[in-house]
Design a protein around this ligand. Structure first.
Ligand code: SME
Length: 152
């Protein structure tokens, strides 16, 4: 089970890595990553990026249902990932204090910080699932590897 998941991410990483050679623009890269992940990972109900702009988290490219455009400062999972500068896995969104429910069907979530070329935090990738406990440390490590391609 875990091995097949790693194998799937390995294939997806190779596909994304190849696609991103076409263009180094981070927004185009984020959009491409979202499209591949959203359509290949069937348990992902929303995949996207929130960008840190003027100390606000503003929605960037995404795939899935309509999302909040601005996230209330220092509230919810995305801001926790930014403030703690680390991957955060939330097995049950209802048990996460301050969770911001853009889509009420979302049950679990993972966020991955994205760093620019200067080593500054540029934003965060957010992935939602309608299944509880959908994400583990394999997702964390593999999505981190994919996020590193945005500003590579
Ligand atoms: N749940 C996130 C907000 C973004 S949506 O899930 C797309 C949060 O708590 O920060």
């Amino acid at each position: 089970m875990q091995n097949s998941k790693i194998r799937k991410y390995t294939r997806i990483y190779a596909q994304i890595e190849k696609l991103l050679r076409q263009c180094s623009e981070p927004l185009a890269r984020m959009a491409t990553i979202n499209a591949v992940l959203y359509h290949k990972m069937t348990s992902f109900s929303w995949v996207g990026f929130y960008l840190l702009t003027d100390n606000q988290l503003i929605v960037g490219p995404y795939q899935g249902p309509l999302a909040c455009q601005v996230l209330e400062k220092n509230k919810g999972v995305c801001w926790a990932g930014i403030n703690e500068q680390k991957v955060i896995i939330v097995p049950d969104v209802h048990a996460f204090p301050g969770h911001i429910a853009c889509d009420s069907r979302s049950r679990s979530e993972i966020v991955i910080p994205v760093w620019n070329k200067n080593g500054e935090i540029a934003g965060i990738m957010d992935v939602d699932s309608r299944s509880k406990d959908n994400f583990d440390t394999i997702d964390g490590a593999e999505l981190e590897r994919i996020c590193k391609l945005v500003y590579a």
